[in-house]
Design a protein around this ligand. Structure first.
Ligand SMILES: NC(=O)c1ccc[n+]([C@@H]2O[C@H](COP(=O)([O-])OP(=O)(O)OC[C@H]3O[C@@H](n4cnc5c(N)ncnc54)[C@H](OP(=O)(O)O)[C@@H]3O)[C@@H](O)[C@H]2O)c1
Length: 310
């Protein structure tokens, strides 16, 4: 069984395939053959030795990243009755998604509905949960409000645009011009080029900023928010800086770290089934080419999601 592992903190060349003994199966666990695993910016930051992700695994190297996946059940623990062999499952993981197969508690994953493709199921979980929690739990977005979403064409952003529309908000999306038509097709009411200061200057103030870029970008967008409006700044490494700058402006600003919630995930999947939410997959790489996948996510200009194929 092969896993794509971070051998040591560093650039993308630190990822390499490692042959591993399959893990033993406890009575309440299932073994899943991975079909697709999502690649997220946090995987690359962790590999580079940055942030909470690297802090958490620094004593466990070599370590296989991968916080979401889709696959089929290939073995059942003795007490597991909720699945059959061959069932399609997906969901969030604590790591290890970059593996040909993995062992998880039977209740950790969810079933993939028949109408939903393997790729969509693999790409939904992490970005979908982050977008949902950012807009609702942290952003308290209500129907009729105006929300500004940066990095709107990216993994989290393209789902946030659709979820915010579904919640009844007016959505202003920021992206490079080649992504504007894509964002309109997802329902964005207004699409602006974040490099054009004039376009932003003409924008009426918003109730909520969902900041998916952080740093200088997050700081510069604070002036677009109404007095006493809300800011959710999602990249954790610059959250303190953005929050500190927002408070003197009279804004309610918060950072966030997504938490795994299978009820929310089931709700998002139901929206996919009802065609109220779609997951854009822009690149699929074989597991062995994870290095290329990391180089792509590190461009900072991926549309939608990237997957590894098991
Ligand atoms: N706190 C949490 O729990 C949590 C969870 C998930 C993600 N995150 C973080 O949230 C961020 C977004 O994640 P993601 O998966 O959506 O990333 P992503 O898919 O890599 O985002 C790519 C998008 O970023 C846009 N972009 C790059 N620079 C920009 C700028 N200066 N202004 C506006 N847009 C810009 C690009 O737009 P164009 O190509 O159109 O230029 C591209 O569409 C990452 O930092 C990630 O680590 C945090």
């Amino acid at each position: 069984m092969k896993q794509l592992m971070i051998k040591a903190f560093g650039d993308a060349s630190q990822l390499g395939l490692v042959e591993r003994e399959p893990a033993p199966l406890a009575t309440n666990e299932i073994r899943v053959k991975m079909h697709f695993a999502g690649v997220n910016p946090v995987d690359a930051k962790t590999r580079a030795g940055l942030g909470w992700g690297a802090e958490a695994i620094k004593d466990q190297l070599p370590w296989a990243p991968g916080l979401e996946m889709m696959g089929t059940v290939m073995e059942l623990g003795a007490e597991v009755s909720i699945y059959h062999l061959g069932d399609r499952v997906f969901g969030l993981l604590g790591g290890g998604g970059y593996s040909e197969q993995l062992v998880v508690p039977a209740n950790a994953l969810l079933r993939v509905p028949r109408a939903v493709s393997d790729e969509t199921a693999a790409g939904l979980s992490l970005a979908g949960i982050t977008a949902w929690q950012g807009l609702t739990e942290h952003g308290a977005l209500k129907a009729g409000e105006r929300v500004l979403i940066s990095a709107a064409a990216g993994g989290v952003g393209h789902l946030a645009v659709q979820l915010a529309k579904d919640l009844g908000a007016t959505v202003i999306a920021l992206a490079s011009p080649h992504n504007h038509e894509f964002l309109r097709s997802l329902g964005a009411d207004q699409v602006l080029d974040y490099r054009e200061a004039g376009q932003l200057a003409a924008l009426a103030p918003v109730d909520l900023l969902l900041d998916l870029v952080g740093g200088e970008s997050g700081l510069s967008l604070l002036s677009q928010v109404k007095k006493e409006g809300r800011v959710v700044t999602v990249p954790t490494n610059t959250a303190e800086q953005v929050i500190a700058a927002a408070q003197p402006l009279g804004l309610n600003a918060t950072g966030m770290l997504k938490h795994n919630d299978n009820q929310q995930l089931a709700k998002l999947m139901q929206m996919v089934v009802e065609q109220r939410l779609r997951v854009e997959i822009s690149h699929v790489y074989p597991l062995a080419e994870g290095e290329l996948a990391h180089r792509q996510i590190e461009t900072g200009h991926t549309r939608g999601k990237i997957l590894l194929k098991g």
